[in-house]
Design a protein around this ligand. Structure first.
Ligand SMILES: [Zn+2]
Length: 432
């Protein structure tokens, strides 16, 4: 039986420069950290023992944050993966290969990053290609993952509520992408991707399917109501959405309180877990308590006053979701019969929670088209560039412009750390 012999030389890769100790062109890259990198000699192993490490500081990065909808991830996986039916039958537009090549290359040039999200995870779980899809979105996100949508909403609501209490409700919510993404977005990426293998959880898959179905049925019901109303005024529906948000949170909170107190029956203990409404209201109560408002009736007076009178136009997730729902509602009121497709409710959640943190998003045609219509188009409130399949070539142009606007110093730094061939797209990830 042979024994495995670990050779530290294996850890050193190109590009190589002249070694200060043995003078061979074997001084390569040992590791890339967030904002520095280390070299080591593949020949003499300098630096070793007590020799201080050969570490080099890297400049700060300012990557563009790009969000890719699941359909883009899915099409790119298919165009690269010989094991899919779509690949075998040659049914996938070569656009997806071109897009993948651009994205992968710009990621490696440290110019963009495409954080993944719970939406990617959930939507990949319900397909037969979970691991392959995860592999692709993690290649482009390099481990950067958006917090869950309910967490992002709670962060925003908390700040909005505090602003309102301070009489500063016209102040916009301070958006910092670093506070809602796990992992350091602006780090120089290591050459290796460490992916955490997750076991498939059959119950979870079922739950995702069920919630998706329920949400869609709910939207279909509301759609019918919008249709029958014949009301085509965007701002009317926008206001309705905002008002129903506050009522919805309070109702859901009270319903759960009844369950906890045994006034309402529960079928499963899971129903006693705090819902996002409970967490939001609890947080608001804490904030009020910290300010000396402790009596229950005063606390509730403040909370209902907030939901009834605050300006929610600058609560990002609510402004965006209300605008998207109002866009559908006015079309329904104007006579549209076809309800939104099954993914729409999910798309609205994704766009309304993630858009403020992205420089660009590549999303579904339907939602993208609503964002081009007045008055929404004039009032999105964020400079995020929106792309979809209807202007997919513009998305490639946008990516090309990112590259062409890059200073030479940056390109040479990338070449110094990773080598010139590094930026060539990795198209064989399902073939190796
Ligand atoms: Zn050496």
């Amino acid at each position: 039986m042979g024994t495995f012999h670990f050779d530290p030389r294996m850890m050193v890769s190109g590009p190589f420069i002249n070694c200060p100790k043995c003078h061979h062109v074997t001084f390569g890259i040992l590791a890339v950290h967030d904002n520095s990198y280390d070299r080591r000699c593949k020949n003499c192993l300098y630096p070793k023992g007590s020799e201080s490490s050969a570490s080099y500081v890297l400049p700060e990065l300012n990557k563009k944050i790009i969000y890719l909808d699941q359909f883009a991830i899915s099409n790119m996986m298919k165009v690269l993966n010989p094991n899919t039916d779509a690949y075998k039958k040659g049914r996938i537009d070569d656009y997806w290969l071109r897009l993948y090549e651009r994205l992968d290359s710009l990621c490696k040039m440290q110019l963009i990053t495409c954080p993944d999200s719970e939406f990617h995870n959930n939507e990949s779980l319900v397909t037969g290609f979970y691991k392959q899809l995860k592999r692709l979105y993690e290649l482009l996100s390099h481990g950067g993952t958006f917090y869950g949508k309910e967490t992002i909403k709670r962060f925003q609501l908390e700040e909005h509520f505090i602003n309102w209490l301070d009489g500063k409700e016209d102040e916009s919510i301070d958006i910092d992408v670093n506070s809602i993404v796990r992992g350091n977005i602006n780090s120089w990426t290591d050459k290796f991707i460490i992916s955490v293998e997750v076991e498939m959880n059959v119950d979870l898959v079922e739950t995702i399917r069920r919630i998706r179905e329920q949400t869609h049925n709910g939207l279909e019901g509301v759609f019918q109501y919008w249709h029958d109303s014949k009301i085509t005024d965007f701002s009317y529906w926008y206001r309705m959405e905002i008002e129903s948000f506050g009522k919805g949170i309070i109702n859901e909170y009270l319903k759960q309180l009844n369950k906890i107190m045994g006034i309402e029956e529960v079928e499963s203990y899971i129903e006693l877990y705090p819902t996002s409404s409970t967490l939001m209201i609890n947080r608001m109560q804490d904030i009020l308590n910290e300010r000396g408002i402790e009596e229950l009736s005063s606390v509730w007076y403040k909370i209902t006053q907030y939901f009834n009178t605050a300006n929610f136009g600058n609560l990002p997730f609510l402004h965006l979701s209300a605008s998207l729902f109002a866009s559908i509602a006015r079309k329904a009121g104007a006579g549209r019969k076809k309800p939104p497709n099954k993914g729409t409710a999910n798309d609205i959640e994704m766009i309304s929670t993630l858009l403020p943190y992205c420089d660009a998003m590549f999303i579904d045609n339907e939602c993208a088209s609503y964002m081009k219509e007045k008055p929404f188009s004039d009032n999105i409130g964020f400079p995020t560039r929106i792309f979809s399949q209807s202007n997919k070539e513009e998305f490639i142009e946008y990516l090309n412009e990112i590259e062409s606007g890059t200073p030479m110093e940056h390109i040479s730094k990338v070449n110094e750390v990773y080598g010139e061939s590094w930026k060539l797209p990795y198209v064989t990830l399902y073939k190796d």
